[in-house]
Each structure stands twice: as structure tokens, then as C-alpha cells.
Design a protein around this ligand. Structure first.
Ligand SMILES: Cc1cc2nc3c(=O)[nH]c(=O)nc-3n(C[C@H](O)[C@H](O)[C@H](O)COP(=O)(O)O)c2cc1C
Length: 363
């Protein structure tokens, strides 16, 4: 933590309810991202590597795009696609919006987010509070109306509406996929949040198969008809929990290969703790996250993309995920503790030290 931010954290944020602090910081980032001069000056100063859209050192060629730096923002921070420009300004190499559900929903009752200061972690049971897929799609459509907005690599993470019954899960995910596919660079089917009852049961391959098939069909249909989809086959990934047994990680990998999915996002928050309700995130996840990524890479071979997430605080953590077989990485929790320049510090270190890692996988 840099000292100006640690002063601010200890004097203000630490005393505030964590969700309130998040809302405040989020509103600032969203607003700053809407002021063109401010945005361009800040981005030019803190994230010069983002200017290298053609692919500089540390960039990754993936999803038919160039991701200018390998560390991006994980799902859950910008659930409604409100602050993509502002978050990019702070130096994330790519942004995953959501989790978005087909219908808007309020999420669980508060309090639903806690800081775990001793491990620099966060525990949450937010329950997919979001404005729904149509609202997020509208914002992404607007983002894509400018060249600068089109240049940002944006993933859309979709989940099940709480009131949708298990037998309606595939149709619910498909509704979100249909709305978001024309505007996103990749889709993530989230079946690993611990905070929607029954959701993680959908990781079982017999439940996952019909969902992934329905999402694939809906996304392809939307992109065949809605410009700028233009018949583009949007990459489809699945996001899994760190609490899956190793055999179940292998089963998900086998399903990815069988269905021709494009990759896996690993990992979500863990319920393997005794700190109270909700999923734990931050440094305690690092070891298992890397282990799951290594296991997936071994089973998947070189083809499918892996986005590694869980417990990343510094550039060395990203390097460990990349060594284990990840193509890209993401983070959320350490943003709270490290402050606004966190992503820029990591990506600067990585783009300085890297020769080009452009992989060209889906390029
Ligand atoms: C408050 C909070 C909300 C989150 N919401 C979501 C979400 O909506 N969808 C999702 O896929 N992951 C969500 N996550 C999980 C993160 O995307 C990430 O997988 C996890 O926190 C591990 O990364 P980290 O240790 O860098 O935080 C959330 C995490 C936190 C802390």
C-alpha cells in the first residue's frame, strides 16, 4: 500500500461500512471516467502501456483482440457496466462487467460485505445485486459507439436470476447472453458464486451442459442478427469455484473440451473458511487459485484460454499464475487495500519486464 492511500484508508475507508466505501470510490471512478480531459491525462500518466493497442511488451493476443496488459478487473466490481472508462483509466488491461442476471434484482439484505483485515481479505454475500442484462447491454452499446470505447477489451459475466428455478436456469442465462453478446468481447458463465442458492450445483457437468449449449446458441443467434455482432462467434468461458474437488475441476475441463468452449475463469470466492457467511476473497485464495489453474492447463492442453484470478496483490502473483498456465489474470480484493494505482503498478511492472507474450491463441 502506498503511504498516501494507506493514510486515507486508515483515516476514512476503514471506519466506513465496506459497501458504502465501495459505492463512494466507485462513484468517483465512474465520474472521473466521464470527463474526457481528466480521463485522458490520468490514463496517459498512470497507464501509458494502454496506448500500445497494437501490442507492446506484455500484451496478449486473445479473443481476436490485443489485450494491452495481462492484469484486468475481475467480475463483481462493476456489476452494471457503469465505469468501464474510469476503470480503464486506472490501468486495468481489460474489464469484466457483471455478474449480470436476466432480470434486475436487489441482492441479499445488508450487511453483505465485510473486510477481513487480518488477511487483507473481503468476505461477501452480495447475491448478484444488479440492474439486469438489458441495462448493462444499453451501457455497453453506448461504450461501443466511440473508437476509444471499442478499443477496450470487455468481458460480460452472466449469472442466474435468484427466482429462476433450476429447470429454468438455461433459459435465464440464455436471455442475458442474447442481450450482451453483440457488445462484449467474451462471455463468462458464472456458476460459482456461493451467494445464490443452488448456483454452485450447476457446476456439475450434467447441469452445466444444457446451460452452456443454450448460451452458445443464444449468443450466436444474437450476433447473427444484431450489428456489430456480424456473425462473430463470441468466446464463451465458464467461471469455477476454488472449492471444487480436483476430480470436479478435471470434469469441468473435460466438458470445456467436449463442448468446444473457449476457456475457464478460475477462481471465484471460497466458502472454505469459518469467518461467517459469504465467500472469502483476497490473499488466502492465491495458493488454491494457482493450483486450480495448473490442473486445468494440464488437462486442457494448450488450446483453451485460462483467466487466473484469486489473491493477486502484486506483479509476482500475476507471474505465478502465468507460469501455472494462465493467459490473463484478474483481481478485485486487493484494490480495496492497495488503492487506485494498484492495477497500474502491477501492469507497469509486467509490461516493463516482459518480452512480448503475445500468444495469438484466438487471434
Ligand atoms: C465484493 C465482491 C463481489 C464479487 N462479485 C462477483 C460477481 O458478481 N461475479 C463474479 O463472478 N465474481 C464476483 N466476485 C469474485 C471475484 O471476481 C474474484 O473471483 C474473487 O474475489 C477472487 O479474486 P480476488 O482475490 O482478487 O478478489 C466478487 C468478489 C467480491 C470481493
Amino acid at each position: 500500500m502506498s503511504w498516501p492511500y494507506s493514510l486515507l484508508f486508515n483515516a476514512a475507508f476503514r471506519r466506513m461500512d465496506p459497501e458504502r466505501a465501495h459505492e463512494l470510490a466507485f462513484a468517483l471512478i465512474e465520474r472521473a471516467g466521464k470527463v474526457p480531459v481528466l480521463r485522458d491525462v490520468v490514463q496517459g500518466a498512470v497507464a501509458p502501456y494502454l496506448g500500445q493497442r497494437a501490442g507492446g511488451p506484455g500484451s496478449v493476443r486473445i479473443f481476436g483482440r490485443v489485450v494491452p496488459a495481462p492484469f484486468g478487473l475481475a467480475g463483481g466490481f462493476d456489476k452494471n457496466a457503469r465505469a468501464v472508462r474510469g476503470l480503464t483509466m486506472l490501468g486495468f488491461g481489460f474489464i469484466e462487467i457483471g455478474t449480470v442476471t436476466a432480470s434486475p434484482q436487489p441482492g441479499n439484505e445488508k450487511q453483505r460485505m465485510w473486510r477481513e483485515l487480518d488477511v487483507r481479505g473481503v468476505r461477501n454475500r452480495m447475491g448478484f445485486n444488479n440492474e439486469g442484462a438489458a441495462a448493462a447491454a444499453d451501457r455497453l452499446r453506448e461504450l461501443r459507439s466511440t473508437a476509444a470505447g471499442r478499443a477496450i477489451v470487455v468481458g460480460a459475466n452472466i449469472g442466474k436470476t435468484k427466482v429462476a428455478p433450476p429447470e429454468g436456469a438455461a433459459a435465464d442465462y440464455a436471455t442475458s447472453a442474447r442481450l450482451l453478446a453483440p457488445w462484449a468481447d467474451y462471455l463468462v458463465v458464472n456458476v460459482s458464486s456461493p451467494n445464490t442458492p443452488g448456483l454452485r450445483d450447476l457446476q456439475a457437468t450434467e447441469s452445466l451442459r444444457p446451460i452452456l449449449e443454450a448460451v452458445r446458441a443464444a449468443a450466436d443467434e444474437a450476433n447473427a442478427t444484431v450489428s456489430p455482432g456480424g456473425g462473430r462467434r463470441i468466446p464463451l468461458l465458464v467461471k469455477i469455484a476454488p472449492d471444487l474437488a480436483d476430480d470436479d475441476v478435471d470434469a469441468v475441463a473435460d466438458l470445456v473440451l467436449e463442448l468446444g468452449l473457449d476457456g475457464v475463469v478460475a477462481v471465484n470466492t471460497t466458502i472454505g473458511h469459518d469467518r461467517g457467511p459469504g465467500g472469502l476473497s483476497g490473499p488466502p485464495l492465491l495458493g488454491r487459485g494457482i493450483e486450480v489453474v495448473a490442473r486445468l492447463r494440464e488437462r486442457l492442453g494448450a488450446g483453451p484460454v485460462i483467466i487466473g484470478v484469486g489473491g493477486i496483490t502484486r506483479a509476482d502473483d500475476v507471474r505465478a499464475y502465468l507460469r501455472a498456465g494462465a493467459d490473463l489474470t484478474q483481481g478485485y480484493t486487493s484494490f480495496v487495500y492497495e488503492g487506485p494505482l494498484w492495477a497500474s503498478r502491477i501492469n507497469r511492472a509486467l509490461t516493463r519486464s516482459a518480452g512480448s507474450t503475445a500468444s495469438g491463441r484466438l487471434g
